[in-house]
Design a protein. Sequence first.
Length: 544
Amino acid sequence: MKKTVETLQNSPHEARMHSIANSLLTLNKAPIAHLSTAEQEQFIQFGFGSAETPAHTNVYEAFAYWCQKTPSAIAAEHQNQQISYRELDNRATIIALLLKQKGIRQGDRIGLYLPRSLHFLTGLIAILKLGAVYVPQDPRIVPANMLRTISELSEQKLILTLESFLEDMPLDTSIAIDSTLDNPLYQNLYGNIKLINHHRYSDQSSCFILFTSGTTGTPNGVEVTHQNLCNILYTSPGNLHILPGTKVAQLLNISFDMAAWEILGCLGNGGHLLIRDKSIAATAEQAEVIIATPTILTGIDSDRCKHVKTVAVAGEPCPLILAKQWSAKANFYNCCGPTETTIVNTMHLCSPSENELSIGKPTPNNSVYILNEDRKPVAIGEVGTMWAGGNCVSKGYLNNPELNDKKYAPDPFFFGKRTMFNTGDLGKWNDHGELIHYGRIDDQVKIKGFRVELDAVTAIIERFPEVTRAVSMKFGDALVAVISPVPIFPEELTAMIREEIQKELPYYYVPGQMEFVKELPKTSRGKIDKRAVKTFLNIQNNER
C-alpha cells in the first residue's frame, strides 16, 4: 500500500498531492518535519482530497442552468402540488423584483422565516437572484424571541414569511410571499419579467447564514459561501448521483445545514424535490435519494423504500447495523462535518461486509489533519483532533471574533494562505487511509478518575440487533446508557451488553445504569436530544 512521493503522480488526484508534497518536503516546512519520511508521505496521501472543478460556481447559476435546459421538468412537489423549474423561476422573479423595489441589494441579509413548502423555495430563489443572503428559520418551532435575536445578530434588512406569521415577525419590513403571489396587482405588474443584468457575484459571496440551536446560550451564526456549497453539492460524491428527474426527499428542518444538501443539491443538479409534510416515512418511500441523520433514518423502513438508490447520513455517529442494512440495497454514505465546514467534508461509501465504520476521506478540494494540542500532526494511526482545510471552510461566525480565533486558524499546510477549522472531533487514520471517528472532544468524560469516550460505549451497544438507537452519558458521577426500544427481556440484553463492553474496553467503560425507552427524544434537527435524555434520567432517579 505504501507509495513513494515520486509515484504520487499517476493520476490528476495524485499529481495534486505530489505538488503539495514537493512544496512541503522540498522546503522542509516545519509543520510535518517531525514525522518520519513514510508518515510525511501518508500525511499527504491520506489528508488531501482530489482536485476537482465543481460544475457551477454559485448555487443560483446551478438552478438557472436547469431552468434553461429543462424548464418543464418538475422542480418540486408538496401536498400534491407540483411546480416546474420555469414556474418556480417565474414566481421567484416576482418576489425578487419586489425585494429590489424595497432596496435589497447584493450581500443584504434576508430572513427566510417559513415552514418547508413551495413558498420557501420561491423565497430562497428570489433572494439568490439578487445576490443576497438568506437566513432560514421555521416560525412554527422557533420562539418569537429567538427569531428576534437571530434577526438582530444577522442584521437582516427584511423578512420573507407567510401571511399567517406576519404578526409574529420581529421586523416591520416583512413580506408575505403567499399573499403577494396571490395579488393580481403584482402578477399584472411583473408577469414573467426576468431580472435582466443579474449580478454575477463572486464565489466568495455569502449564500446563507445558519444558526446553531443555541443550547448553550446565544446562537452563533455561521456564514457559508457559494464556493463552500458548490464544492460539495456539484462534485462527486457530494452530488449523490443526482441527475435530471432524480427524486430527492426533503425531510429535514430547513435551518439545518443538511437541508441545504437536500434542496440546493437537488435543484442545482436538475432533480425533483419531494418536500415532506407530516410523514417522514411516506416521503422517503417515494424517493431515490435520502439525506438524513442516523436517528431520522432509524424511523424509516428500508424494505418500503423500493426506489431508493442513494442514502447519506451525517450529524451524529451512525450505528454499524444501520449502515449494513441500507448499504445492502443502496449506495450508502457515512459522512461527517460540522456546519462550519459546509455540510460534510468527509464521505465513505459503505459496504454490508465491513466491520469498522469509517467516515471516509476528505471530499474534493478539501483536507483533513489529525493534530495534537499544539496543532502539530500526530503519528499516523494515533488519535488526535480533526482539523479541516480547503474549500469547505466557511467564512466564520458572525460578530464573534473571540470564537473565530479559537476555532479558525491559518492553515500551516498551505503556508498560512488559507484557513483551517477545528472540528472538535477526535479521529485517526486507519491502514486504508480512512478516518475513524472517536466522538466529540466534549464527549470525553471522567468516570472514576478515568477518561471515557462516550461514543465508544454507544457504538458497541448499537451493534445489538435488538437496539435501534442508544446514547451514553455521564450522569452525576456515573456512566449511564439509555437505549431504545424496550426489549422483551431487558435483564438479558443488559447482561449481554455489559459482557460485550467488558470484552473490548476497560472496566470503567461499563455503564453502571442502563435504561430502556420506547423511543429516544429527538431535537428539531433530527438528532438525539441529550438534554431531554438528562431530564428523563432526573425524573427516573427522583422516582426511585
